[in-house]
Design a protein around this ligand. Structure first.
Ligand code: PFF
Length: 460
C-alpha cells in the first residue's frame, strides 16, 4: 500500500521545531473568527454560564477526545489528510474519507475567506473611523458586502496574506507567524477586555454573558454547543490531522491537545468579556437597550458603533480588528496548508505552485459566497443563501460528521494497541494506562454516541 514514493515524501516532510511551535500553530488554527464573533454571541443568547458549562462538558467528553484522535492520526500516518486513512488502515478505499476532508476545507474556506476579507476592510477603515461619524453602520455594512467587486478584492487580499505565510513553509511560515501572533492576540484581547470592563456600567454586560439560565438548554442548544466546539477547535475537517503530521515523535499529544483546547476556550471567554461589557456600557450611557446582532452583524455593525461612542474607541477599534484579522489568518492557513500538503505530496507540485493553485480555488469559491449577498442573492439552497448554506453545512454537518468518522475509524477500524502506542509514544511517556483506557472508551463509545444522539434529537 505505501509505495516507495511515499517514503521519499515522508523523508522530506517538514516538522514543527518544538512543543511551543506545535501549541501555537494548533492554537492559531483553533483561535479564530469562531472565538471572536460566534462564541460570545452564543453564550449571551443561550443561557450564559449554563451554556459555558454545557460547552465545557461537551469539550471534555466529546470534542477534546476527537481533537486528540485527529492529531494522533496525523502523527501516526505522517501524511496529508487525503492519504492518512488509507495508509493507516492498509486499505485504499478509506482514502474516500480524505477526499471528504479536502472537500470540507473548500466549503469552509469559501465563506471563511470572505469574512476574512471583510475584516481586512474594517481593519483598514478603523484607522479612519472618524470619517464614519454619524454614519449608519448597518447600511454601510450591507452596502459593502453586497457590492460586486470590493468584497471580492478584499477576500483576495486576505488570501494573499495566507499564501505568503504558506509559501514560507511549515517552520519558517506557519510556526514562526503563529509564534508571534499568538502572543500578540492574547496581549491585545486582554487589553481590549480591560478597557471594556473599565467603562461605567460594564457590569451589565458581564451579567448578560455569565448569568446562568438553565431553562434555555435544549437539544438545539446542545447541537449548537457541539457544532461550535468542533468549529472552534478546528476538528473534523483534517486541519489538525495535517498539523499533527508535522509533529515530532517525542511530543506528548494528550497534554499538548489539552493546552490548545484550554487556550481556545480561554480566548473565547476573553472575547466575550471584551465585547459585551462595552456594548452594555454604551447602551447604559445612551439610555437605550443594547441591540445584540447575531453572527457577523455583532462585529461589523454593533462594534464599530460602540467604538465610535467610547473614549479611546479609535485605538481600541484598530487593535480589535487587527486581532480579528490575525486570528482569522492563523486559522485559515491551517485550512490552506491541508490542501497545499495534498497538492505537494499527491500531485508532486512545488510549494509555491501548490499555494497559487489553492489560493485561486479559494478565490473562486469565495467569490460565489460573496456574490450571494449581491447578484446571487436570489439563489437559495434549502432556504438559505449560498453563504449561510456553506456556513451551516460546514459547521453543523461536515465537521460533525468528519469528527464522528475520525473517532469511529480510530477506535473500530484501527487497533486499540495502536491508539495507546501512539499516545504514549511507544510507552515512553509514562502516561498511566487507566487514563489512556478512559480516553479510548470516550473515543470508541461516548463521543460517537453523543454526536449521533445530539444530531438525531436535533433533526427529530
Ligand atoms: N477554529 C477556527 C475558528 O474558530 O475560527 C475555524 C476553523 C479553522 C475550523 C480551521 C476548522 C478548521 F479546520
Amino acid at each position: 500500500m505505501a509505495s516507495k514514493d511515499f517514503y521519499k515524501i515522508n523523508a522530506v516532510r517538514e516538522k514543527f521545531a518544538g512543543r511551543f511551535g506545535v501549541i501555537v500553530a494548533m492554537s492559531g488554527s483553533a483561535i479564530g473568527l469562531g472565538n471572536m464573533w460566534r462564541f460570545p454571541y452564543m453564550v449571551g443568547q443561550n443561557g450564559g454560564a449554563a451554556f459555558i458549562l454545557l460547552y465545557v462538558v461537551m469539550l471534555l467528553l466529546i470534542s477534546l477526545p476527537v481533537f486528540i484522535t485527529e492529531y494522533m492520526l496525523g502523527r501516526r500516518s505522517r501524511s496529508n489528510s487525503f492519504r492518512a486513512f488509507g495508509k493507516l488502515s492498509g486499505k485504499k478505499v478509506w482514502n474516500f474519507a480524505g477526499i471528504l476532508c479536502i472537500l470540507t476545507s473548500f466549503c469552509m474556506m469559501s465563506f471563511y475567506c470572505v469574512v476574512g476579507g471583510w475584516t481586512v476592510k474594517y481593519m483598514l477603515e478603523s484607522f479612519t473611523l472618524n470619517m464614519a461619524q454619524g454614519a449608519d453602520f448597518s447600511i454601510r455594512f450591507n452596502e459593502f458586502i453586497s457590492s460586486p467587486v470590493s468584497p471580492i478584492a478584499y477576500t483576495a487580499i486576505f488570501l494573499v496574506l495566507n499564501a505568503v505565510i504558506i509559501c514560507a513553509g511549515v517552520r519558517k511560515g506557519i510556526e514562526r507567524f503563529s509564534k508571534i501572533m499568538m502572543l500578540v492576540l492574547f496581549a491585545i484581547i486582554i487589553l481590549v477586555t480591560v478597557r471594556s470592563l473599565a467603562l461605567p456600567g460594564s457590569v451589565d454586560g458581564l451579567k448578560f454573558l455569565f448569568k446562568p439560565d438553565f431553562s434555555k438548554i435544549d437539544s438545539s442548544v446542545m447541537m449548537s454547543a457541539l457544532g461550535q466546539s468542533f468549529f472552534s477547535i478546528s476538528i473534523g475537517g483534517g486541519a489538525i490531522l495535517t498539523y499533527g503530521s508535522y509533529v515530532r515523535d517525542s511530543e506528548n499529544i494528550v497534554s499538548s491537545s489539552a493546552v490548545v483546547v484550554g487556550l481556545d476556550t480561554l480566548f473565547a471567554i476573553f472575547a466575550g468579556m471584551a465585547i459585551f461589557p462595552a456594548i452594555f456600557a454604551i447602551a447604559n450611557m445612551n439610555g437605550t437597550i443594547p441591540e445584540i446582532e447575531a453572527g457577523p452583524g455583532l462585529v461589523f455593525i454593533t462594534l464599530p458603533y460602540i467604538f465610535q461612542k467610547m473614549p479611546l474607541g479609535g485605538i481600541i477599534s484598530v487593535l480589535f480588528f487587527f486581532n480579528l484579522l490575525m486570528a482569522a489568518v492563523t486559522s485559515s492557513i491551517s485550512q490552506m496548508e491541508e490542501f497545499v500538503a495534498f497538492l505537494l505530496e499527491e500531485c508532486k507540485l512545488k510549494r509555491v505552485t501548490a499555494t497559487i493553485i489553492a489560493s485561486t480555488v479559494y478565490v473562486i469559491c469565495g467569490t460565489v459566497c460573496s456574490l450571494s449577498f449581491g447578484v446571487l442573492s436570489d439563489v437559495s439552497i434549502l432556504g438559505n443563501s449560498i453563504f449561510d448554506f456553506m456556513d451551516k453545512l460546514t459547521s453543523n454537518v461536515m465537521l460533525t460528521c468528519g469528527g464522528l468518522f475520525i473517532v469511529l475509524f480510530a477506535s473500530w477500524i484501527l487497533k486499540k494497541e495502536d491508539f495507546i502506542d501512539e499516545l504514549s509514544n511507544h510507552g515512553s511517556l509514562g502516561i498511566p494506562l487507566w487514563l489512556l483506557n478512559v480516553l479510548f472508551i470516550l473515543v470508541r463509545f461516548v463521543a460517537p454516541v453523543g454526536i449521533i444522539a445530539i444530531f438525531l434529537s436535533n433533526i427529530l
